[in-house]
Design a protein around this ligand. Structure first.
Ligand SMILES: C[S@@+](CC[C@H](N)C(=O)[O-])C[C@H]1O[C@@H](n2cnc3c(N)ncnc32)[C@H](O)[C@@H]1O
Length: 213
């Protein structure tokens, strides 16, 4: 068995350490953001229209967004690097399936998923590693399935590392992230930029993409 990359260990340890606080702070995180909910609703409608089949929230943390997607009618499972996050998610949502794992090496069959949501979870991935994430998303997503990404947008700057409260994170130019995903067969369906709320630091980017058929 190969050792996980050191950034994965750092990320898992950092989220293990703050998982309880994180779950408390962000339990109702979607309530104040109708645009975020609108993007998730659009994704859910597209996934439902394709028919039955599991959808995954990759980097699900305590499962808040996973449960929101369940409430939107999806057959959803959650995967996260942090075992403590997964314990909290299972405790809060015993009806849902949650697994410890990394998004770049999923224990899922080719084409198994009907859709993928990565909600602020590729933000800690060093840019040089991100291509392998898109390759894995492409592998596990059924042809024509949708991928929804939420991330911090770089507001005219190149890809920029910043001092995220948990561990180093990266802000991406939305065009560059869309272009990188495009290299792995994801075609942009739409995008949403949301300006930061008064207690947020950065513009939020959302990309809805479809895997090629
Ligand atoms: C900012 S939190 C977002 C959690 C959740 N999506 C939400 O919005 O509440 C980022 C999460 O991504 C997870 N994560 C980061 N890199 C990951 C990877 N390579 N594979 C799986 N999970 C990862 C972290 O452990 C953490 O729980």
């Amino acid at each position: 068995m190969t050792e996980p990359s050191s950034y994965l260990r750092t990320t898992a340890d950092a989220y293990d350490a703050i998982a309880v606080l994180y779950a408390d702070l962000f339990r109702n995180a979607l309530d104040a953001f109708p645009l975020d909910r609108a993007v998730l609703a659009a994704f859910a409608e597209l996934a439902r229209t394709r028919g039955p089949g599991p959808v995954a929230e990759l980097g699900c943390g305590p499962g808040t967004v996973t449960a929101h997607l369940r409430d939107l009618g999806l057959d959803i499972l959650g995967v996260d690097l942090s075992p403590v996050m997964i314990d909290l998610a299972r405790e809060a949502h015993p009806d849902l399936r949650f697994e410890v794992g990394s998004m770049d090496a999923l224990d899922l069959a080719d084409g198994e998923l009907n859709g993928i949501v990565s909600w602020y979870s590729v933000i800690h991935t060093p840019p040089r590693e991100l291509p392998s994430y898109f390759a894995e998303f492409r592998r596990v997503l059924a042809p024509g399935g949708h991928l929804l990404l939420a991330f911090f947008e770089s507001e005219g700057e190149p890809v920029t590392a910043f001092d995220h409260k948990v561990t180093t994170a990266f802000r991406w130019p939305i065009d560059e992230l869309a272009g990188l995903a495009g290299e792995f067969g994801f075609a942009e369906v739409g995008r949403m930029l949301r300006e930061p709320h008064e207690d947020e630091r950065f513009r939020r980017g959302h990309l809805l993409m479809r895997g090629e058929k």
